[in-house]
Design a protein around this ligand. Structure first.
Ligand code: ZN
Length: 303
């Protein structure tokens, strides 16, 4: 047994097959940066290749003074099915150049590996994107599940299509919600409990009723609505836009958003660790296939 001073392990060797070298698309149009997740074959499941590309895209949008507003969209049928827990491009054990002052995760033993990684790619990046100095708009169609919620929630405004739905089913993995725990800020507490405990789909219409979604549009009107909102914002003062979003973000902090999220992040990692100890799997014995099957069974029962 080591004394813990230098207990690193050999990084696990895993085959990674990326289906694209462009997991995120970027374009600027009329003062708006369009950042589009581009893994439609996997419903925009987020691997690290994608989260680092998203981070770079936000950086690019912030650096470009011609950009006044940022839109975040997903290519294909769905906004995002969540974190990548099973595509050939799953790259949990790959080393990336970190964007925060955090150590590399791949050679860390036990629970330290996921704890280090998720501080960087999930909690850390989501907080950066939420506080980005320009207004952001999420354009959500189809599924917005678990890790997908985190990307929609970090945006200042959310436009959803009539067929969009929101869901956080990770309790099935023994986990109390995704890493960016904004559930009880986005939804009234009892609704947040229902959302987490039952893990059912929430329609865009119901989410709109709680103020979690700003507008609902037809599927084919999503881009046009985003463009119209962006045009409205693009003619306003850059600093004014930044201050205005910061004002509301600050109120959320006064209500304890950041500290609540820190506390739950640690529960989240206690749950990962417990799963690892008891089942030898940090996801409670679940994988992408078993989660999708359970979801389908639940949706069938509900309909
Ligand atoms: Zn996690």
């Amino acid at each position: 047994m080591s004394d813990g001073a230098n207990d690193c392990v050999e990084p696990r060797k895993v085959d990674i097959n990326y289906e694209t070298e462009e997991p995120v698309l970027y374009r600027v149009e009329a003062g708006a940066a369009w950042i589009t997740m581009n893994r439609p074959a996997y419903h925009n499941a987020q691997n690290s290749q994608m989260t680092y590309a998203l981070d770079a895209a936000f950086r690019r949008a912030v650096d470009d003074d011609a950009v006044k507003v940022i839109l975040l969209a997903g290519a294909g049928k769905h906004f995002s099915a969540g974190h990548d827990i099973g595509t050939p491009g799953r790259d949990l054990h790959k080393r990336f150049e970190r964007t925060h002052l955090l150590p590399d995760h791949v050679n860390k033993p036990g629970a330290e590996l996921l704890y280090t990684r998720e501080q960087e790619v999930y909690l850390g990046m989501c907080r950066r994107w939420r506080d980005v100095a320009k207004p952001t708009i999420a354009l959500v169609q189809g599924a917005c599940i678990a890790g997908g919620l985190m990307l929609a929630w970090v945006c200042d405004l959310i436009v959803a299509t009539e067929d969009a739905f929101f869901q956080d089913p990770v309790l099935r993995m023994g986990i109390p919600g995704v890493e960016y725990f904004a559930h009880a800020f986005e939804l009234p507490p009892r609704v947040a409990k229902e959302f987490l405990l039952l893990g059912e789909r929430m329609s865009a219409q119901r989410a709109h009723g709680f103020g979690m979604v700003n507008r609902i549009v037809a599927r084919d009107a999503l881009e046009a609505e985003g463009r119209a909102m962006a045009a409205n914002l693009a003619e306003k003062s850059r600093l004014g836009l930044w201050l205005t979003k910061q004002a509301v973000n600050h109120v959320e902090e006064l209500r304890g958003k950041r500290t609540a999220m820190d506390a739950v992040f640690h529960m989240h990692h206690f749950a990962h660790a417990q799963s690892d100890l008891v089942r030898g799997n940090s996801l409670g014995g679940q994988d992408a296939k078993s989660m999708a099957e359970a979801n389908r069974r639940q949706a069938d029962k509900a309909s």
